[in-house]
Every structure is written in structure tokens, then in C-alpha cells.
Design a protein around this ligand. Structure first.
Ligand code: TRP
Length: 335
């Protein structure tokens, strides 16, 4: 790590809800592809998860489960660092410093804060408000060059860039100003019941998402219930978001072209698309689920991966925080 001239890639997912095929096709699949050409760090951002109420035992299990799912999807701990955010205290340390460089007005403009505040009216805590600053700390602490993010995180990434530039201007060049890596391929996977919205791992209605760990009968049932549109032709058509979403999932898993997929379904019925799609999804998830089960039975191995990830990440993060503390004028700790 860092002993080469590869660029550093950093990304993370909040451990809430159920990792779903939207996460895989929109993010994790792209992470897997970056592992050889980049120094990659993939986080499970448990500090972020506390911005909504959590059941402690469930949070703990979910974090480990997410780590195992990253690995089952192809994140290779020999190539990449897999890190639980709370294992590296420098994230929180940098978060504080960056908070003092972020304006209330900037955070007030964050659309995700407004969304989330609307959804959790009984728990609009300060953490929810400064959430994007912690995300900036996640990125800047490792001097990441590239940050794969979905559309919904572009505003947060822009804030991270602004904060980095502000620090650099005020205290001299310190942080790499990261670029977003918005995937070229990979369609946005939408909710099965409400295809005008993104498929979300935290959706309360589980029929809206296909979880990576859903058993075959559940997948078949969810796809059967997915909304389709009026008309009967099976074509990619923006005006028919339901059918287009199912086709996009099929397309992403088949590796064919749009034209080939449309051709394949000429003259077929929605029910045939749904059953073929279910089969594809089930087959695709089978090896992932098998590997996941094996990993979850070997907690000692998982913990060793996390230890290695945290040890290397701490080393990198400490280099940055030491520099930052010196630049802002803190008294150095001398042994
Ligand atoms: N906020 C991101 C999300 O909700 C998760 C996240 C936290 C993240 N820290 C990050 C993503 C750093 C990329 C880089 O999806």
C-alpha cells in the first residue's frame, strides 16, 4: 500500500438495511474491477450509521456481515484494505478539525440532510447534520485520489473537495483534492415497486429490493410482484420505468447489449421476462451466498482481515492527522 505509484481509491457503504443488487451493480462490482490498478480502501462506515437509531447487537452483526458480503462479491483482502471505520480513530479526529472549516450554510444546502431530516423528524441529531463532514474526513484522511460514488453522493463529494481546498489554502498544501469516479457502465437499479426511485438497501418495504442474501423463493416472489407498465412490448423505454428497470437488471447480469436483450424478448410476455430474470438473479447470487456462508462461519479469519485492514489504515491515517495537527498549531507530542 502506497509503496507504488498507483492512485488511491476510497469508498464506503453505511451498514444499515440489507446490501442489495443495487449496491452490487452500482458500486461493489466497480470496486472489484479497480483492485488491480489502484490502491483501494473499502470502508464499512459504522460511525455514520449511528446518525439513525441502531440496536447495538444488530449493528455489530451487520458490520461483520457487510465485510463478509464485500469479500463474497470479490473484494480481495490480499489486494484491498477492508476497514471498519470505528477501528481507525483518526477518522473522528479529522472530522473535528474539518467541522471547524465547514460552514453551517454549506451543510444546510445538503439535500440528503433535508431528506433524512424529513424521514426522521424525531431524531434530527447534530451527527446527521455533520454527516457529510465525516465523509470528507473518510476520504481526506487517506489522501484518496478517486472516490467512486453514486449520483446521490456527488454533493457530498463536492463538499469534501471544497473543504480540502480550504484547508490547503489556509494552512498550505496538505490534502489531495479527490475526484469523483462516476461509473461509466452500470445502470441505476431502481426500486421494484416504485421504479422512479433508486433501489435502496434501507427501504422499509423489503419488496422494493433484492438483497444479496435473499433466498431463491424470495427473489422469485419479489420479481413476480415487481410493477410493470401498460403496454406489452419488452423494450427499454424511459416512459416505462418498471419494465426498463427489470431489463436493466437483466442486462447488467447478462453482459449482453441492449439490442440483443430486446431481440431476445421479442414476442415474449412480461411473465417470461420475470421468470428468466429471476433465474439469472438466483444463479448469479448462488456462489456469492455460498461464499458468504463459509466466511461467516470463520470469524477468526474475518477478524484477521479486519485487523490487517485497520493496522495498515491506521498507519496511513496517522501520517495525515499528524501533519494536520502540526499545521493547525497543536503542540507536538514528544516521547
Ligand atoms: N455517505 C455515503 C453513502 O451514504 C457513504 C460514505 C461514507 C462514503 N463515507 C464515504 C462513500 C466515503 C464514499 C467515500 O452512500
Amino acid at each position: 500500500m502506497n509503496g507504488n505509484n498507483k492512485k488511491t481509491v476510497l469508498s464506503g457503504i453505511q451498514p444499515s438495511g440489507h446490501l442489495c443488487i443495487g449496491n452490487y451493480l452500482g458500486a461493489i462490482r466497480n470496486w472489484v474491477a479497480l483492485q488491480d490498478s489502484h490502491n483501494c480502501i473499502f470502508l464499512v462506515v459504522d460511525l455514520h450509521a449511528l446518525t439513525v437509531r441502531q440496536v447495538p447487537s444488530e449493528l455489530r452483526n451487520r458490520c461483520l456481515s457487510f465485510v463478509a458480503q464485500y469479500m463474497a462479491c470479490g473484494i480481495d483482502p490480499e489486494k484491498s484494505l477492508i476497514v471498519i471505520q470505528s477501528h481507525v480513530s483518526q477518522h473522528a479526529e479529522l472530522h473535528w478539525i474539518l467541522n471547524t472549516l465547514t460552514y453551517m450554510g454549506e451543510l444546510n444546502r445538503m439535500t440528503q440532510f433535508k431528506d433524512k431530516a424529513g424521514k426522521h423528524e424525531d431524531n434530527i441529531n447534530a451527527g446527521l447534520f455533520t454527516y457529510p463532514v465525516l465523509m470528507a474526513a473518510d476520504i481526506l484522511i487517506y489522501q484518496a485520489d478517486l472516490v467512486p460514488v453514486g449520483h446521490d453522493q456527488k454533493q457530498h463529494l463536492e463538499l469534501a473537495r471544497n473543504i480540502a481546498q480550504r484547508f490547503n489554502t489556509r494552512y498550505s498544501e496538505t490534502f489531495i483534492v479527490p475526484d469523483g469516479l462516476i461509473p461509466k457502465v452500470g445502470a441505476r437499479i431502481m426500486s421494484l415497486q416504485a421504479p422512479e426511485r433508486k433501489m435502496s438497501k434501507s427501504d422499509e418495504n423489503l419488496n422494493n429490493l433484492i438483497a444479496l442474501l435473499d433466498p431463491p423463493d424470495v427473489i422469485v416472489r419479489k420479481i413476480k410482484r415487481a410493477v410493470t407498465d401498460s403496454g406489452s412490448e419488452i423494450l427499454f423505454d424511459e416512459k416505462r420505468p418498471g419494465i426498463t428497470n427489470l431489463l436493466n437488471i437483466y442486462l447488467s447480469l447478462s453482459g449482453q447489449t441492449k439490442e440483443a436483450v430486446e431481440e431476445h424478448f421479442i414476442g415474449k410476455q412480461y411473465s417470461e421476462l420475470k421468470s428468466e430474470l429471476s433465474e439469472r438473479v438466483v444463479e448469479f447470487l448462488k456462489p456469492i451466498q455460498r461464499q458468504y456462508s463459509e466466511l461467516m462461519q470463520d470469524k477468526a479469519y474475518l477478524n484477521s482481515i479486519l485487523k490487517k485492514g485497520a493496522d495498515t489504515a491506521r498507519y496511513l491515517a496517522q501520517k495525515t492527522i499528524s501533519k494536520v495537527y502540526r499545521k493547525v498549531g497543536f503542540v507536538p507530542y514528544k516521547r
